[in-house]
Design a protein around this ligand. Structure first.
Ligand code: 3EB
Length: 335
């Protein structure tokens, strides 16, 4: 496997967009469909098509490189097998791994993470700046009685430890559950090395959660920011109603307002630091809602709080990694 040497998109980054107007999603590296279908990977017109099983939603997400000159076209290189694949443009890579369902998940999760990290190293896209994890039946026990999310977290942490990742170098991530399937993991990475991982002063780092949440803590930062040829992009991790390490779940309204404050606090902290830009605009959100009947209230609150149109803030009906939580929200902001 050799990656393109042409840095035709130097210092660009992959961002998601949604909907069906093809002109605004020109030349994607990957298209992710969240719909009622089994997990799958395929190559279509030179880009990767990834299906994530999501019973109650039908969302299409396009991963395109951003550049100042939007008319620019670029070469792509890709490889897709049954359970893993990638598509790259010389600066950016989108890589995915599907783990078939099984009674115990930590060893296969460790293997998938090692595979993906080593793949990015081999191809030269060493700066992994954002990861997504979609886990079938996330809140149910595995064959040994350990919750499947905690089982997955163990394997993921073991992979990062084995590859000598210091906790502070872990990128932003999302951990979400769908009704069936094993695990689908995808990541975005690039050749330009710098990334800033950001924590939230209202929460303890996830990688320091106490053991009551599982044998190994979740491996992710609250946000990752990278510089691009078109300003900064801030990738906010899946964010929920958690303060320090405890879930706050008195009411749905409380979960909404705590989650909004958590995202706002990350941005507020950046704005207060003279090293970083002063203004951040919301490019897109992805809103995960456990109970379909809560979707309208939750999505209206987030559209309002972050001044974002509904078409750029899709709602997915999904399970959240802590069974007591009703929502989790991720997003991309620009400076
Ligand atoms: C939390 O803050 C909520 O395991 O990759 C959010 C984002 C959550 C990512 C992950 C989990 C993950 O702990 C859950």
């Amino acid at each position: 496997m050799t990656a393109l040497n042409i840095r035709n998109y130097q210092n660009s980054a992959l961002i998601p967009s949604y909907g069906h107007t093809s002109c605004t999603h020109k030349n994607p590296l990957a298209i992710v469909k969240y719909c009622n279908a089994p997990p799958s990977l395929s190559l279509v017109n030179g880009n990767m098509n990834l299906t994530i099983p999501c019973n109650a939603s039908d969302i299409t997400e396009y991963w395109c490189p951003i550049t100042k000159n939007s008319a620019m076209t670029f070469q792509k290189e890709s490889y897709v097998a049954e359970n893993n694949g990638w598509c790259a443009d010389g600066e950016n890579i989108f890589a995915a791994y599907i783990i078939p369902d099984q009674p115990e998940l930590s060893l296969s999760s460790e293997h998938a993470y090692k595979y993906l990290i080593e793949l990015t190293q081999k191809l030269g896209y060493t700066n992994i700046y954002r990861i997504w994890n979609y886990i079938g039946r996330i809140n149910t026990p595995n064959i040994n009685g350990l919750e499947r999310y905690r089982d997955f977290c163990t394997g993921r942490a073991n992979a990062f430890e084995a590859l000598n990742y210091a906790p502070s170098t872990l990128p932003a991530a999302t951990g979400i559950g769908f009704h069936d399937g094993g695990i689908a993991i995808f990541l975005i990475a690039r050749k330009t090395p710098e990334a800033i991982n950001i924590e939230n002063s209202l929460q303890i780092p996830a990688y320091q959660y106490p053991q009551c949440y599982g044998p190994k803590s979740p491996s992710f930062a609250r946000a990752t920011m990278i510089d691009t040829q078109d300003g900064q992009r801030l990738y906010i991790s899946g964010t929920a109603s958690i303060r320090q390490h405890a879930s706050l779940t008195d009411s749905l309204e409380q979960q909404i307002s705590i989650t909004i404050e958590n995202i706002q606090n990350i941005i507020k902290t950046l704005r207060a630091d003279s090293k970083y830009p002063k203004e951040y605009l919301c490019d897109s959100l992805k809103i995960y809602v456990r109970h379909e009947q809560d979707a309208a209230l939750i999505s209206a609150a987030f559209q309002d709080a972050f001044n974002i149109a509904a078409k750029n803030a899709p709602v997915l009906i999904a399970d959240i990694c802590r069974s007591e939580l009703s929502l989790e929200v991720e997003g991309v902001f620009r400076s």
